[in-house]
Design a binder for this molecule. Structure first.
Ligand code: ADP
Ligand code: ZN
Length: 746
């Protein structure tokens, strides 16, 4: 088998995915070829797979450095569920866990060992790692090594020693931080040698961005969250106090929300984050501290109660939405105060810490960029990714307030623009946006009067507007190229080649402003390339499956999202598999999960569909795999992981009867299972055992009718066949014939 083939097979068997994403393939190939690598992908881009997969190909364990214990725990739980032998080493292991870890290492069982940086460099631990024959090292959240990053951790610094301890072992660094400075710093600090550098697109097409002026904040936040009732949401606030008052007011509006900030005691904080992870709590109002270490993939709504202090922060915080690839919404509420408030905080901080003036200036620059992002009138997706130095190829994103046409045209846009441009000219192109705005509003503030600008002909030309509004218009004119802003320490606004054209009305300027409320929740389905939204019926099944998932997760003491992601639950709700045969085709469900809880899941789906009279096996699922094929994969599972229980349980017991030619009624009597369940077992049995004929359960004429029906509807669904046959042949019978045809032709 070629390397590519074995990667594909591993991907299907353990993760239930059909394809690697392009950069994943390259990162994995680099590691397997023994090369260092630096992979930069946005949150949700699929970094973890890049370092989790190679050890399953090479058979040599990978050491993964990870900054947070909570993150390690969840990752190990997820890996184990997928059938990958993994363990974590950190300061909080119980004595039993430590003993088990040493045993597993000694026995050579592990494929992934996650470790906290400070632990890794302890001599004993290093000795153990060297002995276990590590094949690769992965540094997760690698930007933590750089003081230029927003998340510097001193304990990461010593990772530079790894190069000497593990000569010749490839090191892969993974981060979502895009700035070149941080990237270079990571490579230098880790002493990466000619690293393969892979930088993905920073666009998150499944996120819809909205920016709205703050009017009645608490109502606005509640309204945004109401568009995602019973779904996970995070509200980011600037101060601890804000996070508490917002949470309180949301509770008063019947949204179960809790605050989370660094001022709370540790116990309370972990309770909130544990509840959130376990889906017992959906809405958290937090300062920026919240989110790190939480991999919950189904966050549907991120609200910013105020403007964040940089686009980097905004990208990171909104990045926590929709990690599962399904649509999610990010709403930012702002007012003019935000900039002032951040500026004061930054200045005070600089004073207190005595940091270099360039540092403060750097922060203020980032703040200005953020302010420009929200006051500009252009596609938010485009603005964000251009900020990160990438190009945006689409004419419209269909997933931001601008592209969705939610911004209102300003009446007399063009006249307003002309007034602004002439004011810039009157002020000799020597003043900043705030000053120009004050002059236009007719402010008699001291600096305006001192400059004599209350005497200008443009003084007071825009009396009814707020300063913030005018600044926003100035930013829009800059975006359109009709004005420019210098980049010196005190940026001033200047005219451009097209300014005069606007003044002479040879060119028409267009200004917009946000409507205060969002008209209707539009979703970024199309943009995200996702499938149709679930129907009302399907949504109910989806909710039912979420409860099923939560219950199973609680039983096992793991967070629900490591069981299955929302994308898988959505597909399950659409396809409604009746047997393992169709279950295996649902994305994100690998063989180990099928063995583990496939039967339970099938019964949950069947139970619901029966009570709601919904048809099953409605569509083929996103993947085209047969259970027979999956079974073959299982047989090759020669890795040293704990033995996988092979098709035990009720379905295999039924198989024994079927093999002996027992009828459906006999198997019902023998196993005590419902008819529908037993019919599902038979489909499984046919797919797995490929009996030459199935005439014991279906007569020849009916078999032929179904075959003709299948041919008539081509690649259609069971439902199509069912309808084609005028409802005269049952779904179960169609399913058996289908399974049989697939099995014998495989
Ligand atoms: P990151 O670590 O970059 O934030 P994750 O590793 O958490 O991203 O992956 C994000 C999501 O994408 C997860 O739900 C994961 O299961 C899914 N995913 C990753 N790789 C693939 C793939 N090749 N095919 C389908 N889904 C994938
Ligand atoms: Zn857009």
């Amino acid at each position: 088998m070629t390397e590519a083939e074995s990667i594909r097979e591993i991907l299907r068997r353990y993760w239930g995915f059909e394809e690697l994403r392009p950069l994943q393939a390259e990162a994995i190939a680099a590691t397997l070829a023994g090369r260092d690598s630096l992979t930069v992908l946005p949150t949700g881009g699929g970094k973890s797979l890049c370092y989790q997969l190679p050890p399953l190909v090479s058979g040599r364990p990978t050491l993964v450095v990870s900054p947070l214990i909570a993150l390690m725990r969840d990752q190990v739980a997820g890996l184990k569920l997928a059938g990958v032998p993994a363990a974590a080493a950190h300061g909080n292991l119980t004595a039993d866990e430590s003993t088990e870890l040493r045993r597993a290492v000694k026995a050579g069982e592990l494929r992934l060992l996650l470790v906290a940086p400070e632990r890794l460099l302890m001599p004993d631990f290093l000795a153990m790692c060297v002995k276990m024959g590590v094949g690769a090292i992965a540094i997760d959240e690698a930007h933590c090594i750089s003081q230029w990053g927003h998340d510097f951790r001193p304990e990461y610094r010593r990772l530079s020693e790894l190069r000497e301890v593990f000569p010749g072992i490839p090191i892969g660094a993974y981060t979502a931080t895009a700035t070149p400075r941080v990237r270079d710093d990571i490579a230098a600090q880790l002493r990466l040698q000619r690293p393969v550098t892979l930088v993905g697109s920073f666009d998150r097409p499944n996120l819809t961005y909205r920016v709205l002026p703050r009017v009645s904040l608490h109502d606005q936040i509640a309204e945004a969250l109401h568009r995602h009732t019973d779904r996970a949401g995070i509200v980011y606030c600037i101060s601890r106090k804000d996070s508490e008052t917002v949470a309180e007011s949301l509770r008063a509006r019947k949204i179960d929300a809790r605050a989370y900030h660094a001022g709370m005691d540790g116990k309370m904080r972990s309770r909130v984050s544990d509840d959130f992870r376990a889906e017992r709590l959906n809405v958290v109002c937090a300062t920026v501290a919240f989110g790190m270490g939480i991999d919950r993939g189904d966050v549907r709504c991120i609200v910013h109660a105020a403007m964040p202090k940089s686009i980097e922060h905004y990208q990171q915080e909104t990045g926590r939405a929709g990690r599962d690839g399904l649509p999610a919404e990010c709403v930012l509420f702002h007012s003019a105060q935000d900039v002032m408030r951040w500026r004061q905080l930054m200045e005070r901080n600089a004073e207190e810490t005595g940091s270099a003036p360039e540092f403060l200036q750097g922060q203020l620059d980032l703040l200005n960029q953020m302010h420009r992002l929200i006051s500009g009138a252009r596609c938010r997706h485009r603005a964000i990714i251009e900020y990160f130095g990438q190009e945006y190829g689409e004419p419209s994103c269909n997933a931001c307030d601008f592209c969705l046409g939610e911004l209102a045209q300003v009446l007399d846009s063009h006249d307003t623009a002309r007034k602004i441009i002439s004011c810039v000219a009157r002020c000799q192109q020597r003043y900043g946006a705030a000053h120009i705005a004050e002059v236009l509003r007719g402010s008699r503030a001291e600096r305006i009067v001192r400059a004599g600008h209350d005497q200008l002909s443009t003084f007071g030309l825009l009396p009814g507007l707020s300063k913030d509004q005018i600044v926003s218009y100035i930013n829009q004119l800059i975006d359109a190229g009709d004005l420019e802003r210098t980049t010196d320490e005190y940026p001033v606004i200047r005219l451009t080649g097209t300014s005069v054209e606007v003044l002479k009305s040879l060119r028409i300027a267009n200004l917009v402003e946000p409507k205060v409320a969002v008209a209707a929740p539009k979703k970024a389905r199309q943009a995200a390339g996702a499938s149709e939204p679930l129907s009302a019926e399907e949504t109910q099944l989806f909710e039912h499956l979420r409860i099923w998932r939560r219950t199973l997760a609680a039983d096992r003491g793991v967070p629900p999202y490591v069981i299955l992601g929302d994308a898988s639950l959505e597909e399950l709700s659409r396809v409604r598999p009746a047997s393992r045969q169709t279950l295996i085709n649902v994305r994100g469900i690998g063989s180990k999960k099928i063995e583990d809880f496939g039967q339970d899941l099938l019964e949950a789906i069947r139970g619901y569909c029966e009570s709601a009279s919904m048809g099953m096996d409605a569509r083929a699922g996103s993947r085209r795999r047969t259970l027979a094929g999956a079974g073959a994969e299982d047989n090759q599972q020669a890795s040293s992981s704990a033995p996988v229980s092979r098709r035990s349980g009720p379905s295999s017991a039924a198989g024994v009867y079927f093999k002996a030619g027992a009828s459906i009624d006999e198997v019902i009597a023998a196993t005590g299972r419902a008819r529908s369940t037993v019919c599902g077992y038979l489909a499984d049995f046919i797919a797995a055992e490929r009996p030459r004929s199935i005439e014991a359960w279906i007569d020849e004429a009916t078999y032929q009718r179904v075959v003709e029906g299948m041919e008539a509807v081509g690649g259609g669904s069971f439902k199509d066949v069912f309808e084609h046959l005028g409802g005269e042949v049952s779904y179960d019978q169609i399913r058996w014939v289908w399974a049989h045809r697939e099995a014998v032709s495989a």
